[in-house]
Design a protein. Structure first.
Length: 84
């Protein structure tokens, strides 16, 4: 329990952790690679860079987190402007 609760050595959690890590990463990466057939790589990279921003809004919308502070917004702006 707590910050490192996910590290408890319980055997019933290991398959779930492995499934979540492997399947989510493989499906997400394969999706980005597959979509490159239809969109320019710049568009795909911008979508990838916007993921944390969209996730912040989604978390705030469902009430599980708050919107980030101004430092985060400034960093996001630098990343977006630097990649355009």
């Amino acid at each position: 329990v707590g910050l490192f609760g996910w590290m408890n050595p319980e055997l019933d959690r290991l398959p779930l952790e492995l499934y979540s890590a492997i399947v989510c990463n493989v499906v997400g990466t394969a999706g980005y690679i597959a979509i490159m057939k239809y969109f320019d790589p710049v568009v795909v990279s911008m979508v990838m860079l916007m993921e944390p921003i969209v996730a912040s809004f989604m978390g705030a919308a469902v009430g599980v987190s708050s919107l980030p502070g101004w430092i985060t917004w400034a960093g996001d702006a630098v990343v977006v402007l630097g990649s355009t």
